[in-house]
Design a protein around this ligand. Structure first.
Ligand SMILES: [Zn+2]
Ligand SMILES: [Zn+2]
Length: 259
């Protein structure tokens, strides 16, 4: 079992230290544990309440480096889950990947308190526009070459409730970019643990979206399933279920980070 998507108390909406996750991982026979807390930004300007503060960066990296030294029985990787903002391109490249020798960066998009990296001032009012901007944002992030995989590409299911032509078009745009840029897509376990929502088309999960993965199944792309653990006891939660969804739609190419 491998899990490349793990948070810590530092993002303020998860619990547990790096060591807590390492121990949970060892207990559950995890061979590769990727730590990937929500990235800090150099000037603390965005979403500070739900991600690591910049001043925590050193300590987070140190904690992972120490765990790598201490626990030789498990492969531990240093990563970050990132919102891509162009102004921080150099920070991701020079500081996280360079100076701090991060093993990988995850590209993700979240709507946080009504704003997001594709709608920074919360000014976008139409859901269709929001969806198009999200897809565009994700593809632009893939193009940078900074990221190793995309977390929950179908997370737009949290705000765009209908599965319709627009949803299909956005999904297609994302999946075709993933194919073109050889970017693996993640079936996210946290989505599988979140409560279902009621839409005009019935009750469903916010994400993963079956329509998205069904479409993805028509393309030759790599996938991975992660727990997206926000507490140590969830270290392997829903990973198998995630891979089951992928294989239901013919997605059998499992992505692994080799380091
Ligand atoms: Zn989180
Ligand atoms: Zn996420």
């Amino acid at each position: 079992m491998k899990n490349y998507h793990t948070h810590t108390y530092r993002c303020k909406h998860a619990v547990g230290t790096v060591e807590d996750y390492v121990q949970a991982a060892i207990e559950n026979d995890v061979q590769v544990l990727g730590m990937s807390d929500h990235t800090p930004f150099p000037n603390d300007s965005h979403w500070l309440k739900v991600r690591m503060a910049y001043e925590e960066l050193e300590a987070y990296c140190k904690e992972i480096d120490e765990a790598k030294e201490k626990y030789k029985e498990i492969k531990i990787l240093k990563g970050f889950e990132c919102e891509y903002l162009k102004e921080y391109h150099e920070f991701y490249k020079e500081v996280l990947l360079g100076q701090h020798e991060a093993d990988y960066l995850i590209l993700a998009g979240h709507q946080i308190f009504g704003t997001s990296p594709w709608n920074l001032r919360g000014e976008v009012k139409s859901l269709k526009e929001e969806l198009r901007l999200y897809a565009d944002y994700l593809v632009k992030g893939m193009e940078t070459g900074l990221f190793t995989f995309v977390a929950h590409p179908d997370v737009f299911g949290t705000f765009y409730l209908n599965w319709d032509e627009e949803a299909l078009a956005a999904s297609k745009y994302i999946i075709e970019a993933a194919k073109a840029y050889h970017m693996p897509l993640e079936v996210n376990g946290y989505g599988l643990r979140k409560p279902e929502i009621t839409t005009e088309q019935g009750v469903r999960r916010m994400y993963p979206l079956h329509g998205f993965w069904e479409l993805a199944g028509h393309y030759d792309i790599e996938v991975l399933a992660n727990s997206d653990a926000h507490k140590p006891s969830d270290i392997i939660s829903n990973i198998e279920e995630g891979y089951k969804i992928a294989s239901t739609y013919g997605l059998h190419k499992k992505f692994e980070i080799i380091r």
